[in-house]
Design a protein around this ligand. Structure first.
Ligand SMILES: C[S@@+](CC[C@H](N)C(=O)[O-])C[C@H]1O[C@@H](n2cnc3c(N)ncnc32)[C@H](O)[C@@H]1O
Length: 267
C-alpha cells in the first residue's frame, strides 16, 4: 500500500485508492482552495447550454458545480485516469438530475474529436504528469475555437513551512517538490498558454495556507519513502515533525504554497 500523494498518476495501482479520495476531500475542503474554485469557473465564462470537459476530475466535486452553471441544456464530462476515482464520482453524482458523465481516460491521449467542447479545465492534475504540455495540447485541441481553457495548479517551488530547522526544511521541501513530476508547473502555465497561441490570457496567483493535518497528508507518505531510500534519517524526520506538532498544539503552525489560475481563449 502506498499512501503517498506524489503517486496521483497511479491511484489504481497503489492499493490505497481510499487514501487518495480522502486526500481530495481534505484538499477541496481547504478554505483557500474553496476560495479559488469560483475564480477558476469564472475564467471559463460558463453559461447555460455549454458543453464542458473537466480533465483529471477526481471525485467529480467540480463537475457538479460546473453542471449547475451550464444547466439545464449544458453537459459536463469528467475524465480521470483512475477507475477508482471515476467509480467514486459516479457514486456521488448518482440520482442527480444534472447532465454529467464520467469516463476513464488519459489526459495526454483524449478520445474526443477536435473542437468538441465549449470550455475545458483541469485542476491540480498537470503537476502530476511527466508531459504536461502534451495534456495541455489535448485540452486546446478538443476545445472549439472561441472556447475557454482554464488551469489551476500549484508551484511546489513556493512551498513554505515555518520551522526552526532551516536545513532539514529545505531538504524536505526540495525532495518533495522534485518528487512531483512537474512540481514547477505553476510558474510555467502562463507561458504554455502563450506558446499554444491562446488569446485573452489572464492569470492570478492564489496563496493557499494549509493546516497541520493536511501537511501530514501531503508529505507524510513521501517522507516515509525518502527515509526508506536513505535520503533522510528517521531521527531527523521524527524531530522535524515533533516541532511542527508542538507549533500546531499552541496555534503557531504555518505552512502553505502558491497556486496559479491561468485561462485563455482558443483562436
Ligand atoms: C490532485 S487530483 C485533483 C482532482 C480534481 N481535479 C480536484 O480538484 O479535486 C489529480 C487527479 O488527476 C488524475 N490524473 C492523474 N494523471 C492523469 C492522467 N494522465 N490523465 C487523467 N487524469 C489523471 C488523478 O487520478 C487524480 O484524480
Amino acid at each position: 500500500m502506498s499512501e503517498d500523494a506524489t503517486l496521483f498518476t497511479e491511484v489504481d495501482r497503489t492499493g490505497a485508492p481510499d487514501f487518495f479520495i480522502r486526500f481530495l476531500d481534505q484538499a477541496n475542503a481547504n478554505p483557500d482552495i474553496q476560495k479559488s474554485k469560483p475564480v477558476i469557473l469564472d475564467a471559463l465564462h460558463l453559461r447555460p447550454g455549454l458543453r464542458v470537459l473537466d480533465l483529471g476530475c477526481g471525485t467529480g466535486a467540480d463537475v457538479i458545480d460546473i453542471a449547475q452553471r451550464v444547466a439545464p441544456s449544458g453537459t459536463v464530462t469528467g475524465v480521470d485516469a483512475s477507475e477508482a476515482m471515476i467509480a467514486e464520482a459516479r457514486r456521488r453524482c448518482a440520482g442527480s438530475s444534472l447532465s454529467v458523465t464520467f469516463e476513464a481516460g488519459d489526459a495526454t491521449q483524449l478520445r474526443f474529436a477536435a473542437n468538441t467542447f465549449d470550455a475545458c479545465r483541469t485542476e491540480r492534475m498537470l503537476m502530476h504528469i511527466a508531459q504536461p504540455d502534451r495534456a495541455f495540447g489535448e485540452m486546446v485541441r478538443v476545445t472549439k475555437p472561441g472556447g475557454r481553457v482554464a488551469v489551476f495548479d500549484i508551484d511546489w517551488g513556493t512551498f513554505v513551512i515555518d520551522h526552526p530547522d532551516h536545513a532539514t526544511t529545505r531538504r524536505v521541501v526540495a525532495s518533495f517538490s522534485d518528487s512531483i513530476r512537474s512540481g514547477w508547473i505553476g510558474r510555467q502555465l502562463r507561458r504554455m498558454f502563450i506558446d499554444a497561441g491562446m488569446t485573452e490570457v489572464s492569470f492570478t496567483c492564489r496563496q493557499t495556507l494549509i493546516d497541520f493535518e493536511f501537511l501530514q497528508l501531503i508529505i507524510g507518505g513521501h517522507l516515509t519513502r525518502a527515509q526508506h531510500a536513505g535520503m533522510l534519517h528517521p531521527d531527523e524526520v521524527r524531530k522535524w515533525w515533533d516541532y511542527l506538532r508542538d507549533f500546531d498544539a499552541d496555534g503557531r503552525f504555518l505552512a502553505g504554497f502558491t497556486a496559479f489560475v491561468v485561462s485563455g481563449e482558443k483562436i
